[in-house]
Design a protein around this ligand. Sequence first.
Ligand code: ADP
Length: 732
Amino acid sequence: MPVQNKLRRRLNINFMAMAVVMLFACGLLYYSLRLQSSYTSKISLTSRQKAIAIEITRDFYFLLEKSKSGKDIAAELREMNVLIEQWTNAQKALLNGSEYYGTSVENTVLVQSMLQDASPSFVQCSDLLKEFFQSPQTFDDAKYTSFTTGIETYVGKINNITGKYLIESEETAGTIKYIFWALVSTALLLLFLATWRVLNPLKKYIEQAYEEVGELEAKLLKADGAKTEFLSNMSHEIRTPLNGVIGMTELLAATSLDEEQRGYVRNVHSSAQNLLDVVNDVLDYSKLDSGKLELHKERFNLSDCVDQVIDLMKPVSSAKKLELMSDLDATLPMEFLMDERRLRQVLLNLVNNAIKFTENGEVLVKAELINRESDFVQIKFSVRDTGIGIDPAEAGNLFQSFYQVDSSISKKYGGSGLGLAICKNLVQEMGGRIWMESKPGQGSTFSFTVVAETAGIVQEEKIDALNGMRALIVDDNKTNLKILVKQLSAWGIQATPFNSPELVTEILSNLHKFDFIIMDMQMPEMDGKSLAQKIRAQYTDKQLPLIVLSSVGEHLMLDKENFYNAYLNKPVKQSRLLDTIVEVMNLSTVNKAKEKISSGNKEVMNQKSTLKILVAHDNDLSRAVTAKTLQLLGHRYDSVNNGKELLEKSRRDDYDLIIMDVKMNDMDGIETTKQLKKIVGKNSMPVIIGITENESRDKQECIQAGMDDMIEKPMKPEILQQKIHYWLETEE
Ligand code: ADP
């Protein structure tokens, strides 16, 4: 029987029993009340009988005296007769019971016999009174004495009856009280029983239900974990070779290729990048879906962030001959604490869609200040296009996962249908909301808000740091020179312009007066590289940092000889230039660290790191890409295919740095690190950098196992360089 029915039946039975007990208690209460009121009536009646008897005796005496003196007593006799009648009726009511007098409840046997015992004196007195009524003149004193004796006896007996009534009344009240409380207790007991009989199984039932829910939850979590793990494994499996493809194509692009080959490489690169985007979408979505996505607040510049989005999308918009513009509210603060990567992801998604669905016209990215309260601001971003637009009826569906508007254009472009769903979730995580307005055929505007914490005036700090520096600027283009000088001067830098590289070579020995050099790469008389070579023959990169401006993509500017400290794409944005100078001036410290670890080779140009680095990766391509990156950064390395080989190698050699994939098949990075700790000891551990596809997920476990840092895939050379520098500098 289902538990609910069983419980209901038990409850019903108990409530019925309780109802019977209560009914019985009510009957008893009614009977007791009647009995009590009957006793009250009887007690008052017996007291009244006594009073009437005394009154009759007194009146009788006066009448007797009056009649003796020959006076007329007819009127008094009538009055007395009424009294006698009442007395007689009451006596009957006591003996036989009467509704009228409230004595209908039967007397006890004892009281009944006491009443009968009082009857002869009552009858005797009544008879004497009758006799007096018939002939008052013949009634003598002896008869009167006999009357008073009778009355005395009667009153005495009636007194006893009153006392008995009182005792009986008290006894009954006590008994009834006792029975009543017994019944109440029984009812309470039944109630308790009912509760216990119901609550106990109910408790068990609830416990069982909790257990079942717990088991289900565990199963669900396991399934959810399995799903996330599956997705993350899948994405790892896909990302790892993809990482290899992207890395290798970047390396390939840097080799000498003809135009046709370069075109193919570009296509491979962009397809791999697209595929990586889809994989990232799916992983992001699964993370958001399972609530595992964490935002990482970092200090960042909003204008830079928007610039980066524009920079990234510019080639795509230019290819479609679309204007891509940004418009930032002048009142908006620019430095924030936010997860810049995620904000950029949302903007990129919207701008990408806007370009995708626009054939003519423009795409405008806007940021406005909506609200400001203490250190927090609410910013509204909008991406407006002049594209195909969207039917407003679709507005509700657009932000759902896997939703794509059913149109031939949407189908043409493919996509995961997850982009906007991810945007919605990310925006919500950032404390905002996202919406869309559109006129079909005229364009759409996607807007979203975020709440961000302002992070002070970093820009000014940077400018302060540069104040008073001296810079040499070399560019054959005079306008460019002018702009650069103006800009640097505004930051307090003394900028000396040179419009010919030849002139610079003439003052080579005096270049130490400058803190850094900014030079154009493509100059007609002497290209940047030749000039750099000449400079580097006399000055190390820490002595005289070189910032190169170029119109060739950064990734094509391979600097095998390590001549340059930084590259900038033309046209140079102010904020980027400022950051680069700051970075480069810091980089001279990096180089100091590099020099420290170099094997006493004073020629920084040919400096090769003596760091002993071990690369562990079970994927050949990834291993090759990491290794090549290390090579380009000037490091030597050993490589192994898995965790076991890593342990083997570590037994034989001491390494300064180990770069290993966190997810290796045989023995993963975490286990390998733990084992390594046992082999070499906690204090002799090399610096370990883990390569992961999900830093926030793995970081805690990796660091706990003994790793020092993480790099997220796809691994960027500059990040690796930064990390190596950071850890080695700290080590020294
Ligand atoms: P996908 O990754 O497939 O593009 P999204 O979630 O980013 O998925 O977009 C869902 C759908 O919304 C797209 O397939 C497209 O039909 C529509 N859409 C998004 N942005 C625009 C836009 N700017 N103009 C017209 N349609 C758009």
